[in-house]
Design a protein. Structure first.
Length: 82
């Protein structure tokens, strides 16, 4: 049975930390943490298709987090991020 994005995130501490610090590399929200992207923006990508590679995978996980109301999991990491 394949794990969901949410299960992968919660079982992989390195991925969790990476997502807590990963910034959008382009577009209107360039420099914004993925976890802080507005939900409509993330939903737009979900409908149109996420970018290829690591960014796309992290954005897909961000989408799962936002639609399931799990942003609170990142609160303590964001305040301690450089």
């Amino acid at each position: 049975m394949q794990k969901t994005n949410e299960e992968i995130l919660l079982s992989d501490a390195k991925l969790f930390l990476k997502l807590a610090q990963y910034k959008m590399p382009f577009g209107r929200y360039q420099g914004c943490l993925l976890i802080d992207l507005p939900e409509p923006y993330v939903l737009w990508f979900a409908n149109k298709g996420f970018p290829a590679g690591e960014l796309g995978k992290l954005m897909a996980i961000t989408h799962e987090i936002k639609v399931n109301g799990l942003e609170y999991l990142f609160k303590s990491f964001k305040s301690s991020s450089p």
